[in-house]
Structures are given as C-alpha cells and as structure tokens.
Design a protein around this ligand. Sequence first.
Ligand code: SF4
Length: 436
Amino acid sequence: MNKKVYIRTFGCQMNLADTEIISSLLQDEGYVMTDSEESADLVILNTCAVRENAVEKIMNMLDNLKGKRRLRPNLLVGIIGCVPQYYREKMFSMTDGIDFLAGPDTYRQLPFLIENAEQGIRGANLAFVPEETYAGIEPVRTGSISTFVPIMRGCNNRCAFCVVPFTRGKERSRPMKSVIEEVGQLAEKGYREVTLLGQNVNSYFDDDARCGFAELLERASLAAEGVRIRFTTSHPKDISESLVRVIAAHDNICNTIHLPVQSGSTRVLKLMQRGHSREDYLEKTAMIRSIIPGVTISTDLIAGFCGETVEDHRETLSLMEEVRFDFSYMFCYSVRPGTYAAKHLPDDVAEEVKKQRLEEIIALQNRISGELHAAEIGSIHEVLAESESKRSREMLMGRTGTNRVVVFDRNGYSPGDLVDVRIQSATSATLLGNPE
Ligand code: SF4
C-alpha cells in the first residue's frame, strides 16, 4: 500500500519550488502526496530560518506532532530545509520527535533517510553539495497557470543580517540549456506565466554556455512566446542596463522588478555589507524607469538595524518617497546567530523603537501604494486571471504584468484567461474593475 506523505512548506518561493522537487523524488519512491496531516504516514516540514519567529513556528508544530505520534506511533516526522541546515544535528537535542534532518542540498538522499527512519535509525544529511541544482528532476507542480523555475541556488553575498549563505551555501547556476528546455515545455503544457527564481538572479552565469542572466532571460522569453516571464530576486549592485533593456525589448517579460534595498541610509547599507550606496540605488532605479516607462519596483526594508539612528531612519522614509515603491516586504531587524551582524554589531535599537519605525515605514508604504493605485482608476490593464476571488465566486483575482493585484467581475471568464480590465476603484493593496 502506497505510503502517504504530507509536506508543509514555510518561507520563500525557493522553498515552494523545492517542495515540488521533493514531491517528485518521493513519488518516484512510491509515495503518494496528501494535503492532510491527519492521513499522512510521513510528515515533512520544509523550513525557513530567515527570522527567529520562523523557527518558533517549527518548534510549535513539532510539539503538535508529538501528540499525533502518541496516537499513531508509526508516524514519521522529518525536518528539512534551512532550519536544520542552520542548527544542524543540534536540532535532535532541541526537541525529540524528529526522525530525520536534511538540508537544501541533500534532497536526493531523502529516500535513504526515510528508509532508515522506518527501521528506527534516526539520521541527518546536512552536507553542502556545491554543484547540486536538481537539474533534470521534473517537479510535481502545484499550479497549472503560474509556476516557478529555479535557475540557481545559494548566494555568494554576505549581507550582515542574512542567514541564506549559511543555509543554502555558495551560488551555483543551472545549465542554461536545462532552464530553457523546462520553460519551453511549460509553454507547451499551457502554463501562462513562469517565474525564474534565485536568491540573486543577476549573478546567474552558466560557465559552459558563457551565458549570463540577461541572455538567459531573453532566451526564456523567446522559448515561451505568449507566456508571461517574471524573475526574482535581484540585487541592486548587480542589476545591469543590458538586463533592463532586455525587459523593455520583450512584451512577454513583465515590467516589474523586485529590488531589495533594506535601508535608505548609505551608512547603514555599509554596516549591512550590501555593496552599494543610497546614491547607487537611486541611480539604478532612475535608469530602470527611464528605459521601461510604467515599470513597477518593489523592495524589502528592514527597520531598526544595528546602529540605525533617527536620521538613518528618515533617509529610509525619504528614499521611499523618492522611488515610490509599488509594495514592500517590511520587517524589524531580528538577530540571526552566526551572521556577521550577530557576531560584530550590537543589536542596539530598542524593540519598541524598531516597532515604531516599522509602523512609520508601513504607513508610508500604504499611502504611496494607495496613491499609485488610485492613479490607475479609469485605465485598462491586461490581467492574467489566477483564481476565484476570496470575495465572491462571481469575481476573479489576477495580476497585471506590473504585478498589481486586480479583482474583477467574472463575466464568463476563467482562471488562466488574459482579460482586459477597466479599473473602477482601488485600495492600497488591490485594484477593482470590470472586463472591457
Ligand atoms: S543577497 Fe544578501 S540578503 Fe539576499 S540572500 Fe544573499 S546574503 Fe541574503
């Protein structure tokens, strides 16, 4: 009888894409995926270590699973991804009820770890495998309209607050040929949108094919005519004019760029080891806007990083006013043990001050998003319908090429359709409209 496996995924799109690869590996071993923890013989938590509360979530879930194991003693539990890679075998002593651990580079070893666990042998494989890209594994995709294609893994940057280099290892790029083949196959299968994924896609480089990211993106857009091509995440110091010109030259490459800045203060950016200044960032966003009219830019912002003064915070707010981001992922700085900041920089901004600054950043972002969205009322946008709206089954939810969320009356359309929608009203998060 085929054993059932339930995978719960936390964190970023990279983890979602990894879960699709893991599902494929386990299906080859005869496992059947289930979306209910209750009916599973094996529960796998694919984890994220970016913020402290991410780890707390895992510990709470493990406590909950311990209860289930008392009722179902044969239930196996595996913790994979960035948390075990970060805490390593110490996790076995942090909490009981874990049968195996695996890191982002060792998912091919999962069948062995599970087999051992079934014989009561607890194990961990947390090796870094510098050449591993899982190229050639056909992911078990969750969506049928929009999907991810990881093009690289790991990161060679050393941002002072970030755990990713310690959990995902050094950068390695997938062969250009395997990426373009996969994008072409997805177009043939009827996917309407493909997002190329990497921690820092701008530093993608296939040594054998001598192919950088701008060329890869161009080839992807030509391999999937009529399919929307998106990519994330970029690093300001690596984004090039040649890449921006490729985006402008191809209609099916979406006019939106996620460009994390983290802080508006050059002094703080230096402390963060981001490798660029406020001025560099403003130059890059001006270059992008001059080449791609109507492009939207989104970002990541950290409030209360080590040593951040009121003046530094004001520089973040003024940079937001100047760039006018479409939306931002906004967080308080949280210390991640093992990072440069944790070792060498004092976490000296008081929690309540961090929270206060984050509130100001969020309030400003909501104001700007609201203004940008209000300016769209009366305009017509091509929207890729993704699903029914949570508001009503008579409404669909989708996104514009510029990555704005639109909810509109169904009018006979279905998820997967490209619909011209006239915008009738707007909030800071959503545009509302009717098909033209
Ligand atoms: S670029 Fe910096 S923030 Fe992004 S994953 Fe790499 S180290 Fe982390």
